[in-house]
Design a protein. Structure first.
Length: 280
């Protein structure tokens, strides 16, 4: 049996026409206000991760970079947008329908505040993220916990979906092999979604600057296991320790650009399911 879920990052333009990222002075307050107006579904838990910082309380939460003091206490979150996550569904259509409903709810509260959700897969105006103030030793240490953590700053510029599924009756070794398989096929899957042709305020030469910059540095696929191998499987990471029981056995396909038409995620998840079932 399969189960499916989607996480989706959403960017915004501010009421005065600026791209509302971590530099926009009121993005944190504005995004927090939007999320406060959206409902809390207590039955979502424990299948959704809450996290240690108290940010992931709802199906919508601030997406960005958490800043800490030198003792490791949370100071703030430099927000790049809002992430939507669905609950776990037994059908692909169920996950896509929930994503659509959650996006419509988010768009309603955003519009009332003068913000406009926009489709982008890479920040169209900024070419790098420079932390201000610079990272302290505690924060620097966080960048070396895993191979992909070393390129975490790149994720402050990118937007996209995580298309997740799990299937019963597959060993850890089988899940890792499936993760490798999907990573291999990712260059043939991602072009269906290319949607980041802008860079540094100008039209870029290609169709997806996000794919151009993140390929080889950030994972295309992550496999969540209860007991991952002690030695790294790959660089960037392919395997990650499940943080909650609901994550055990989950496979996340992370390489796609964001799609304006959410029905495309239906086809993409069906393709991933087909590749998982294929034993050829």
């Amino acid at each position: 049996m399969f189960h499916f879920g989607i996480e989706h990052e959403v960017a915004f333009f501010s009421p005065d026409g600026f791209f509302a990222d971590y530099v926009f002075p009121t993005s944190y307050a504005a995004f927090s206000h939007m999320i406060a107006q959206l409902p809390l579904y207590t039955t979502d838990y424990p299948q959704l991760l809450l996290g240690d910082a108290g940010i992931r309380v709802k199906r919508w939460y601030l997406e960005g970079l958490e800043r800490f003091d030198k003792e490791g206490h949370l100071l703030t979150c430099l927000s790049k947008g809002i992430e939507i996550r669905t609950t776990i569904h037994s059908t692909i259509q169920g996950a896509v329908d929930e994503l659509h409903a959650s996006f419509q709810g988010l768009r309603k509260v955003a519009t009332s505040a003068g913000f406009v959700p926009v489709l982008t897969s890479f920040n169209p105006y900024r070419t790098q993220f420079v932390p201000n103030p610079p990272f302290n030793p505690y924060e620097e240490g966080l960048l070396h916990l895993s191979p992909e953590d070393e390129t975490a700053l790149l994720s402050m510029l990118t937007y996209g979906p995580d298309l997740s599924f799990s299937l019963e009756g597959v060993s850890d070794e089988g899940l890792i092999d499936l993760g490798r398989k999907l990573t291999y096929y990712s260059p043939y899957i991602v072009p269906f979604t290319f949607s980041s042709p802008f860079y540094d305020g100008k039209l870029w030469d290609g169709l997806s600057v996000r794919t151009f910059l993140r390929t080889g540095l950030r994972p295309s696929v992550l496999v969540f296991l209860q007991h991952p191998p002690s030695l790294p499987v790959s660089n960037p990471s392919l395997v990650k320790r499940a943080r909650i029981p609901a994550e055990i056995g989950r496979i996340e396909f992370k390489a796609c650009d964001a799609c304006e038409d959410f029905t495309l995620y239906t086809a993409l998840l069906a393709l991933l399911k087909g590749l998982a079932l294929d034993r050829a």
